[in-house]
Ligand binder design. Structure first.
Ligand SMILES: NC(=O)c1ccc[n+]([C@@H]2O[C@H](COP(=O)([O-])OP(=O)(O)OC[C@H]3O[C@@H](n4cnc5c(N)ncnc54)[C@H](OP(=O)(O)O)[C@@H]3O)[C@@H](O)[C@H]2O)c1
Ligand SMILES: *[C@@H]1O[C@H](CO)[C@@H](O)[C@H](O)[C@H]1NC(C)=O
Length: 346
């Protein structure tokens, strides 16, 4: 097969919302010596993609971006200097292309797909070989497309300076992409998991995935007291904090002395966090910002996924032409786990 010279890609000519997503045809250069050309088969969506589409992403974006950070696809051509990948390989790209290992920095942050640089909501794309990982054999392309952002963020949260150990207790908030992966990875690592959600039906899914304790935060707005009751006053070792200012004080109330609050997102909206420094110091608690993770961590996570035959939870799959519907479904928060766009047939 001759390699394609054009690709159909989505762009955001205006940051008014995802109704401005537009399909364009673009020329596709051949891969450079260090690059790999990937036929993109599935793309998963993040809360971030909603914010980018509205111009509300706090980390900024380029003009007229190709959105989307997370893809799984098949290699159809490799550049002359590429080692370790070949035609036919099934791959994912890391969220920040240049985050290979170690700490993030500004230069690396600016290689995040689908905001500072063009992303993956396109049929074909060249990637630097150093950004790629092989997909675990037991996962489909749709399943693998959920790993780069949501799963790796959860993995990074649980495997920081004080990695999760068997017997620890982890609190996950809501049943979105990051939180469901945090639940699965924590259970696979031998932890006890407390899951919260707005919905009893969603909590049932969390229970099926192994959550040990369930709290409906609509029915129990003082859920931090329930967390302390469940942990007999000790608090949890790790909080996977996706709520932001709206939940941070409750997360600090829920964490044990010298435990970790991994600050990831802000789905819960506004809140008064002015007392956070006092609570953090009075409990010697650690508040740690997370910015996805490195390719090195991605490979380590894949080993954990393979060892436990973990399957990502995919709520709904949309076609390439239905991208706007997929964004709308993610925004509705009816989902548990991940929403995926199937770009091409396997
Ligand atoms: N820093 C990073 O590296 C990084 C990486 C990935 C994501 N993020 C951020 O993490 C957050 C989650 O991302 P995502 O892609 O997993 O989002 P998502 O799949 O869209 O998750 C949305 C879910 O959050 C839950 N939720 C909403 N309000 C809540 C509240 N007040 N308290 C607790 N849960 C609430 C809801 O679940 P229920 O109905 O079950 O409550 C909702 O379905 C976002 O803010 C995103 O930007 C950051
Ligand atoms: C963005 O969407 C609005 C509403 O559908 C439309 O009026 C406008 O022309 C669109 N702009 C671009 C640049 O696509």
């Amino acid at each position: 097969m001759a390699i394609p010279t054009t690709t159909r890609e989505y762009r955001l000519p205006k940051y008014d919302g995802y109704h401005n997503l537009t399909i364009k045809e673009a020329t596709l250069p051949p891969p450079k010596a260090n690059e790999v050309l990937v036929k993109i088969i599935a793309v998963s969506l993040q809360y971030r993609d909603l914010m980018v589409s509205k111009g509300q992403y706090p980390l900024g974006h380029k003009d007229n971006v190709v959105p989307g950070s997370d893809m799984a696809g098949e290699i159809i051509a490799v550049g002359a200097d590429v080692a370790g990948f070949k035609k036919g390989d099934r791959v994912c790209a890391n969220f920040a292309l240049d985050h290979v290992y170690g700490d993030v920095n500004e230069q690396i942050k600016n290689t995040g797909l689908g905001a500072p640089i063009d992303g993956v909501l396109t049929e074909y794309r060249n990637f630097p070989a150093h950004s790629l990982v092989h997909i675990p054999a037991h996962l489909s392309y749709v399943e693998a497309s959920t790993l780069p952002c949501a799963a790796l963020t959860a993995y990074n949260a649980l495997n920081g300076p004080t990695p999760l150990k068997a017997g620890d207790t982890v609190l996950v908030q809501g049943t979105g992409g990051v939180s469901i992966f945090a639940l699965q990875l924590a259970k696979a690592s031998g932890a006890t998991v407390i899951a919260t959600s707005s919905s009893d039906a969603k909590l049932k899914v969390a229970k099926e995935l192994g959550a040990d304790h369930l709290i409906n935060y609509k029915q129990t707005p003082d859920w931090e007291k329930e967390v302390l009751r469940i942990t007999e006053g000790r608090g949890v070792d790790h909080v996977v904090e996706v709520g932001g200012p709206g939940t941070l004080m409750k997360s600090l109330a829920s964490v044990r002395y010298a435990g970790w609050v991994h600050v990831i997102g802000f789905v819960a909206g506004a809140g008064d966090t002015s007392n956070a420094p006092v609570v953090a110091l009075s409990k010697a608690a650690m508040i740690r910002g997370i910015l996805i993770g490195s390719r090195d961590q991605f490979e380590a996570m894949n080993r954990l996924i393979v060892a436990n035959k973990l399957k990502p939870i995919v709520d709904k799959v949309f076609s390439f032409e239905e991208a706007q519907e997929a964004y709308a479904y993610l925004e509705s928060q009816k989902h548990v786990g991940k929403v995926v766009i199937k770009v091409a047939k396997d």
